[in-house]
Structure formats: structure tokens, C-alpha cells
Design a protein around this ligand. Sequence first.
Ligand code: NAG
Ligand code: NAG
Ligand code: NAG
Ligand code: NAG
Ligand code: NAG
Ligand code: NAG
Ligand code: NAG
Ligand code: NAG
Ligand code: NAG
Ligand code: NAG
Ligand code: NAG
Ligand code: NAG
Length: 451
Amino acid sequence: MAAGIRAPEPRVLVCLGALLARWGAAGLEAVVIGEVHENITLHCGNISGPRGLVTWYRNDSEPVFLLSSNSSLLPAEPRFSLANASSLHIEALSLLDEGNYTCREDLNETRWFQVWLQVASGPYEVEVTISSTGTLPNGTLYAAQGSQVDFSCSSSSWPSPMVEWWFRAPDSRSEPFGNNLTVSCFALLLMSTNLQGNYTCSAMNMLSGRHRKVTTELLVYWSPSLLLSEPMKTCFIGGNVTLTCQVSGAYPSAKILWLRNLTQPETVIQPNSHYLITQNGQSSTLTIHNCSQDLDEGYYVCRAENPVGVREVDIWLSVKEPLNVGGIVGTIVSLLLLGLAIISGLMLYYSPVFCWKVGNTFRGQDMDDVMVLVDSEEEDVEEEEDAAEVEEEEANEREEVPKEIHKHGHIHRVTALVNGNVDQMGNGLQALQDDSSEQQSDIVQEDDRPV
Ligand SMILES: *[C@@H]1O[C@H](CO)[C@@H](O)[C@H](O)[C@H]1NC(C)=O
Ligand SMILES: *[C@@H]1O[C@H](CO)[C@@H](O)[C@H](O)[C@H]1NC(C)=O
Ligand SMILES: *[C@@H]1O[C@H](CO)[C@@H](O)[C@H](O)[C@H]1NC(C)=O
Ligand SMILES: *[C@@H]1O[C@H](CO)[C@@H](O)[C@H](O)[C@H]1NC(C)=O
Ligand SMILES: *[C@@H]1O[C@H](CO)[C@@H](O)[C@H](O)[C@H]1NC(C)=O
Ligand SMILES: *[C@@H]1O[C@H](CO)[C@@H](O)[C@H](O)[C@H]1NC(C)=O
Ligand SMILES: *[C@@H]1O[C@H](CO)[C@@H](O)[C@H](O)[C@H]1NC(C)=O
Ligand SMILES: *[C@@H]1O[C@H](CO)[C@@H](O)[C@H](O)[C@H]1NC(C)=O
Ligand SMILES: *[C@@H]1O[C@H](CO)[C@@H](O)[C@H](O)[C@H]1NC(C)=O
Ligand SMILES: *[C@@H]1O[C@H](CO)[C@@H](O)[C@H](O)[C@H]1NC(C)=O
Ligand SMILES: *[C@@H]1O[C@H](CO)[C@@H](O)[C@H](O)[C@H]1NC(C)=O
Ligand SMILES: *[C@@H]1O[C@H](CO)[C@@H](O)[C@H](O)[C@H]1NC(C)=O
């Protein structure tokens, strides 16, 4: 009859206080508490020794016959039976059995005894609902850090149970969450790591004293954050480049993926001879070998995900032609020297500060010399590869100067007056070479003066 129901020993809780209190004019009255689905025995008084003819009634609006010790009288229901010649045994209690029972004993005299049977039910089906973020494969719930989590506990019970929530953090004792909650629901507004642990709902039937608990483990997870060092990277054609993605704060650890968003959905980069992906803890690097502009330039996405969050960052990779350092230096140097030569030429031509005494030579011829000099510089400079060679080149120029002059047949003693210092200059052209920078700065100063 009680199949499927947990079948503990019949619980008959006789409340002695109530019994004694009602031991009065109306006779012996007891309060007996039984539980649904279980069996119970109601005693006809607390009497030892031989018993007379006992008849049991149920007192509702009017007494209803249940059972008699006269075996020729059948019990009202098969559930009722006589135990120990006087007691009423009721099988498989239901809530409808709750009420007052009377037994009549006919011996030398007739005596009445009354028993108040109370029937308790449950708590059964204690159900805990936690509005967490999700459930792990092993059934454990998890909630995201900072999220709101609603807890509720329901059960079927008569009378209504007292519900208590208990919380137990790892390595600490259980503590109650509020006392005697009438409403068995509550919410935690901002989940945090110190609220991770086991939540126990305990429902207690205050009539029967029976209680049931349901414990649910709740983990608090943190979504990942990404620390990104460089939002833009450059790779030279044929070179290698490494993109780095650092995750922090993720609990549990985040899975890190590299993707390209050339299409939607984005495609996950699989490691191969072109892409090398290494992960060290919560840091992942993507190394691209042998960069090519068509294939590799564009956005790369680093995605970190764990059960409570997904974060993505974009990294722009530009692929460029390899930088020719020698060419750049050479160009700069040639421009500098060209400028220098032009300035020198202009000074020779116009400068009011420098007084060049060039003997019988025409100025135009001197300018020709300078221009030839410049031309030869340019040719040389184009072949220059680095700054070190510039030094050599300058040395060559100095050697070339007299050579050029020889070629044109003009060997001049040049006297230069630089800021009135006549002694400074010996060979004019030599002076031009050595003090070119000084002269340039002088010119700037001179330009401010009214001419
Ligand atoms: C109730 O009594 C009947 C018969 O005596 C027995 O078969 C059954 O197991 C009992 N039930 C419980 C819950 O004890
Ligand atoms: C029944 O009566 C005896 C004495 O007559 C007493 O010791 C015992 O506690 C009583 N039992 C109950 C359940 O009242
Ligand atoms: C129960 O029934 C008996 C017999 O009829 C009666 O004497 C008694 O007063 C009734 N008790 C209650 C509480 O109704
Ligand atoms: C038992 O009940 C039967 C039928 O009602 C009756 O004839 C008989 O006298 C009763 N016995 C006693 C001892 O009351
Ligand atoms: C019947 O009486 C005996 C001894 O008095 C007791 O051990 C047993 O529990 C009683 N049975 C019931 C159903 O009350
Ligand atoms: C049983 O009787 C008591 C008084 O003796 C009364 O207070 C109680 O309400 C009755 N129970 C039921 C279910 O009628
Ligand atoms: C019942 O009456 C008989 C004789 O009439 C007597 O011997 C016996 O003691 C009485 N029993 C009780 C419990 O009073
Ligand atoms: C379920 O898995 C999580 C994570 O692996 C673990 O922390 C938790 O203790 C597990 N719970 C049970 C009941 O095994
Ligand atoms: C929570 O309960 C699970 C199993 O129910 C147990 O393994 C774990 O140790 C408990 N954690 C705490 C903090 O009590
Ligand atoms: C709950 O309330 C009952 C009575 O209302 C009291 O006896 C009990 O101590 C309370 N429980 C807590 C945990 O306060
Ligand atoms: C790029 O990486 C590969 C493999 O590690 C290496 O063989 C190659 O020399 C690297 N190329 C450059 C330009 O560093
Ligand atoms: C790739 O991502 C970048 C940056 O978020 C975006 O501007 C671009 O449109 C995306 N490309 C595609 C094909 O979705």
C-alpha cells in the first residue's frame, strides 16, 4: 500500500503534555500524530490488565462505528484492525483520518477514552530552483560574477513547513540565511566569489518534526578580460610576426582562439606551417611565418571564452615591403650634400660676408668648378650604402677638389674673410670644405641683418 514511499518505522508522537492536560472531566484524552501513508495505533486509554468489550467510534458531527472487539462485528474498513485486544490500528493514514476518535470499554462499568489524531504530511518533493547562469555537465550550477541569482525552495507539506536556507562556503561552517523564512525565496543581487559554496534548503514539518534538505552547489565564475598590448602590428613581406593576446581574470580558465574575420562567421586559424600558435597559461601567441600581403594583411581576432563570457579583440596586421635602410640613408645623405653644395655655390655667388679674392679668374668659371664638384658628388652618393661610407666619400671629395681644379687649369690661392677673421683662411676651397657648417649658420645670422 505504501509502495514507492520511503517506509520508516511508524512515527507515533504522543504528546504527553497534551494528554495530561486533557486528563480531566471528559476522561482520558490523548493527542496522537501520524504521518500520511504510514500505520498508526490508537490506544484505548493507558490501562494495563484485562480489558472488556471495546468499541471504537469516529466523532465527527455524530459518532460513526469503526471497530469492535466483538469479532462477529466487521470493521468499517479493512484498514482498521484491533491490536492487543483494545487498540485501534489504522493502516495507510491519509489526511482525511485526522480527527477525534473515541473508544468505549464495557467492563464492570462503561468508560470512554478519547484520542485526537493529527495527520502530518511531508515535506515531500523539496525542490530548489536557482536561477543561475548555467549548469556544468556534472550538474553543478554556476553563476557569473556580479549577476543576480534568485533562489526558491518549494515542497509539498501539511501543515506548511518551516523553510530555512543554509549556506556553506568552502572550509567554513554552515550558516543560516535568515531565520524562519515564511517566503522561501530570496535573491542575491551581486554574486561574488565569497558566495560560492553549497546552498541548502531545509524544510521542516513542525507537526511531525520531519525535515528534508536539498543541497545545491553553486560556483561563481568570472568572465575573461583581454589585455592587449598592440592593436596594430606590421610584418615585412617574407618575414615573421608574432601577435600576443593576454587573458586575465577568467575563472575557470578561458579557451583562447585566433580567428580571421575574412568571412562571417569568422574562421578559426588552425596551426600549420604558416601559423604557429603557442599558449602559455592565459597568454597566447600567434606567429605568422613568411608574411604575404595578399594572404596575411588584415584583421586578426583573439577570442577568449569561458562558460560565463566571451571577449574579443581585433589586431590589425599590415604587411609591407622590407625597408631598405641603405637606400634611405643614401638618399638622405645625397640630399644633404646637394643642399650643402647649392648653399656653398650661392654663398660663392652672392654672399656679402665672404669676400672671395679669386685673382684673375672669372666668377662664372669658379661656379663651374663648384657645379662639377656637385655633379660628381651626386654620382658617388647614389652608390653609397651607409653612413660609414659617407665619411669616406667626404674624404674623396677633398681629394677630388684639387683634381677638379687641375682639370680646369685654375689653381687659386683664395683668401676668405670670415666675419672679419682673415687669419682663419688659407686655401679658400679648403676653408669652404672645413667650415661649411659654420658658414651656413653665419648666413642665417647674416640674413637678418639689413644688407
Ligand atoms: C502497515 O501495516 C501493514 C499490515 O500490518 C504492513 O503490511 C505495512 O507494511 C505497514 N506499513 C507501514 C508503512 O509500516
Ligand atoms: C501509562 O500509565 C503508566 C502508569 O499507569 C505511566 O507510567 C505511563 O507513562 C503511561 N503512559 C502514557 C503513554 O501515558
Ligand atoms: C464522541 O462520541 C461519543 C459517543 O457518542 C460522545 O460521548 C463524545 O462526547 C463525542 N466526543 C466529541 C468530542 O464529540
Ligand atoms: C457480539 O455481536 C453479536 C451480533 O451483534 C451479538 O449477538 C453478541 O451478543 C455480541 N457479543 C457480545 C459479547 O456483546
Ligand atoms: C501490544 O502489547 C505489547 C505488550 O504490552 C506491546 O509490546 C505491543 O507493542 C502492543 N502492540 C501494539 C500494536 O500496541
Ligand atoms: C478534537 O477535539 C478537540 C477537543 O477535545 C478539539 O479541540 C479539536 O478541534 C477536535 N479535532 C477535530 C479534528 O475535530
Ligand atoms: C468487576 O466486578 C467483579 C464482580 O462483580 C469484581 O470481582 C471485579 O474486581 C470488578 N473489576 C473491576 C475492574 O472493577
Ligand atoms: C562539478 O565540476 C566542477 C568543475 O569541474 C567541480 O568544481 C564540482 O565540484 C563538481 N561537482 C560535483 C558534484 O562533482
Ligand atoms: C558541497 O557539496 C558537495 C557534494 O554535495 C561536496 O562535494 C562539497 O565538498 C561541498 N562543498 C562545500 C563547500 O561544502
Ligand atoms: C523559528 O520559529 C520557531 C517558532 O516560531 C522557533 O521556535 C525557532 O527557534 C525559530 N527558528 C529559528 C532558526 O529562529
Ligand atoms: C621565420 O621563422 C622561421 C621558422 O622559425 C625561420 O626559419 C625564419 O628564419 C624566420 N624568418 C625571419 C625573417 O626571421
Ligand atoms: C573585420 O573586423 C573589422 C574590425 O572589427 C571590421 O571593420 C571589418 O568589417 C570586419 N570584416 C568582415 C569581413 O567582417
